[in-house]
Design a protein. Structure first.
Length: 699
């Protein structure tokens, strides 16, 4: 980190703490515990001794955090376009469109907002073969409702204090249980063994291997923290009860596997997955967790499962969940030595029916429309009489907040993750000492999704002091279920305003190049991934109806595809290529292919000056006529650069990106072709931490 970036980070950290403090703070004992330095014996991931996973329910990233400062939310300067050419935020709504809207009820964080359809069928219909344009028709108008900092201040302050991941997706385009199977097993029995594949909440009893069994066999300690409700067996509905304030809401999905159902008391699978507190008998929600934290016997890996009322599953209020999360954090930090060695991962199993604007990566479908350098086996569901065929996922973005002594300071991490990333993180931590590879995770998932390690600063973790607002007012005032609150879209619409300002941003493992070129009578896309992580690309076109196309390119691999034939009668082309973390390439033009006519043929190739965080362009005229090209960078205040290019002439154009923290958005136009555009946008990754996209929320 340069001295300038470090000053910016420290200033942001101070501002973040001050903003959180004005909304009230945690009790002094908790703030003191949060201030304890991270255990830093090795300066590596080995310093983590405990990993705790708290998976809540059914909230989309934009629905919660689309207005949060410095994340890729409603102020995204480069959203995907729908087939009609409008921004993805303009979801078709009958004869018009519906923009995201903020419901009008008071005290929205405690409102019982209605639950929406979130099954496989309606979610794939909303996905619409990758067009991402059928949310309102299949989910209802409430799909576009969102919350703000004023509604859920604890959630926002938690993100401001620690690290939020704005590239984290649920694993499957569908409901709760299958997404939790991905977290606990790496897939949904995609190969058909053990009762799979499972794309619904059938809960019939399955037989493929789970990750806790892998941990058990390797000697890694683990445990599920839950309430038993009326019983963790078939008679007790495996923890789900009509009383929403006890039990586990059926969210301990390990209990839908036969090896756990048949486990006997005294065996590891029973003792660690089928025991818990008993609120009905006079206990409290956190008795077992408190005992283990106080005694210093918290396992190496733990999962926490809430009763229904606290899961944040609609129609239960978001702030009931905030109260529950704060209780968990209070317990974990009550033992300062233990907390100094603990990472808490807070995420959500799926998005319910709530809209998120980022089209998730998915493997190329059978029969074309893309390609992959990595095998896509077991990433496509062939369909059945009641459910259409389609990719398993990834699903929509959901929140992930990494809460730990190594992730303080209000950071954003934009690497692509999904629920299998949690397994991969456990592998990364304990894999050197124990043999714990999860074979269920497909090669495609491992190529595209990271392992969460980039969300942490293990080398110098002790820089920030987080404070959080009190959740005392969010404790349920009664033990009742309440009727749905159904938001009404406003008569006058406008795109939500995202908080302006920067956020410190973690370095990412991407180094991606996509070049487009006219090759005779075809348009060709060339993909070159020279980074350390695979990437998925989503390609759309506003002048064709046969897209979108998707491509997956592993680390250190290349891929080329002739995506469009061109002809003298139909020479126009237009393609947009979206990649991870705000990466974009646009290609448009109208080359004259009639024989005997001179024409320019501009080709643009980019390269990164990784050492300095800058970008270089090589612009070549491959045609037979001279032309002028204009180059503009939307970041900064520099004048446009104009070059005269003779036939077969080449120029080099270098851009210093220090003023925009390595971010660029460069357009090249051609005086000979008014439709010609080459647009390159993203961030040059240097291996050093930086800042969030300065263009977010500025338009």
């Amino acid at each position: 980190m340069t001295s300038k970036n470090r000053r910016d980070f420290l200033r942001l950290a101070v501002n973040t703490v001050g903003a959180a403090a004005t909304m009230g703070a945690l009790p002094q004992s908790i703030r003191n515990a949060l201030a304890i330095p991270a255990y830093n014996a090795t300066g590596t991931i080995e310093d983590i001794q405990h990993i705790v996973i708290l998976m809540q329910e059914n909230r989309a990233f934009d629905h919660y955090f689309g207005t949060l400062r410095g994340v890729r939310g409603y102020g995204d300067p480069r959203p995907v376009s729908l087939p009609n050419g409008q921004s993805v935020f303009n979801q078709p709504n009958g004869t018009g469109t519906l923009l995201p809207f903020h419901p009008g009820a008071a005290n929205l964080g405690l409102q019982f907002i209605q639950d929406l359809p979130h099954d496989w069928q309606t979610t794939h219909l909303a996905w619409d073969q990758g067009k991402w344009d059928a949310w309102v028709a299949n989910k209802g108008t409430t799909t576009m409702a969102y919350l703000t900092r004023d509604d859920i201040p604890f959630h926002y302050s938690l993100a401001d204090a620690f690290t939020i991941c704005d590239g984290y997706h649920c694993s499957l385009l569908g409901p709760t249980d299958p997404n939790r199977y991905y977290m606990w097993t790496g897939w949904v029995g995609n190969d058909g063994a053990g009762g799979g594949p499972v794309i619904s909440n059938a809960e019939l009893g399955y037989g493929w291997t789970t990750f806790p069994e892998v941990l058990q066999n390797a000697g890694v300690s683990w445990k599920i923290y839950q309430d038993i409700g009326t019983g963790l067996n078939a008679a007790g509905s495996w923890g789900w009860t009509e009383n929403a304030y006890i039990g586990n809401y059926g969210d301990n999905s390990l209990l839908y596997f036969n090896q756990y159902r048949n486990a006997l008391p005294g065996t590891p699978l029973y003792d660690r997955a089928r025991t818990g507190t008993n609120i009905s008998a006079g206990g409290t929600l956190f008795d077992v967790l408190k005992q283990d934290v106080a005694a210093g016997t918290l396992p190496q890996v733990s999962w926490i499962v809430a009763p229904e009322a606290y899961t944040e599953h609609p129609n239960w209020p978001a702030n009931y969940g905030a109260w529950y999360v704060e209780q968990v954090l209070s317990v974990l930090t009550s033992n300062p030595d233990l907390w100094s060695k603990t990472a808490l991962l807070i995420t959500y199993d799926e998005n319910d029916g709530f809209f998120d604007h980022v089209v998730p990566p998915y493997a190329p479908l059978p029969g074309g429309k893309g390609a992959s350098t990595v095998a896509t086996t077991n990433e496509y569901y062939a369909g059945d009489p009641s459910d259409e065929a389609g990719p398993y996922g990834l699903g929509a973005r959901v929140p992930m907040i990494v809460v730990s002594p190594w992730s303080r300071g209000g950071w954003v991490n934009s690497q692509t993750f999904d629920h299998t990333s949690i397994i991969r993180f456990i592998e990364a931590r304990f894999g050197r000492q124990y043999s714990i590879p999860e074979s269920n995770i497909t090669p495609w998932r491992r190529a595209v999704c990271g392992d969460l390690t980039t969300a942490f600063n293990f080398r110098n973790p002790n820089d920030a002091f987080p404070t959080l607002p009190s959740t005392a007012g969010y404790a349920p005032p009664d033990q009742l279920r309440h009727n749905d609150y159904i938001p009404v879209p406003p008569a006058t619409q406008s795109l939500p305003k995202q908080e302006q300002g920067l956020r410190p941003s973690r370095a990412l493992p991407y180094e991606l190049f996509v070049h487009g070129r006219v090759d005779g009578t075809s348009f060709v896309l060339d993909f070159d991934n020279t980074g350390n992580q695979g990437a998925a690309f989503h390609v759309t076109s506003n002048n064709r109806s046969d897209g979108p196309w998707v491509y997956t390119v592993e680390a250190n691999r290349k891929l080329s595809d002739t995506i469009a034939p061109l002809s003298a009668t139909a020479p126009q082309y237009q393609f947009s290529v979206h990649g991870p973390a705000g990466y974009l390439r646009e290609f448009a033009g109208n080359p004259t292919l009639a024989t005997g006519r001179a024409h320019a043929n501009i080709e643009v190739v980019s390269g990164y000056d990784v050492a300095n965080g800058n970008i270089a362009l090589r612009i070549t005229n491959r045609g037979t006529a001279s032309t002028r090209v204009t180059v503009v960078n939307r970041y900064g205040t520099g004048y446009p650069r104009v070059f005269l290019l003779l036939p077969e002439q080449r120029i080099e154009d270098y851009w210093d990106l220090r003023g925009s923290y390595g971010w660029y958005d460069i357009s090249i136009t051609d005086s000979a072709d008014a439709s010609f555009v080459r647009r390159l946008a993203g961030r040059v990754e240097t291996g050093r931490d930086s800042m969030s996209d300065p263009a977010i929320a500025t338009v």
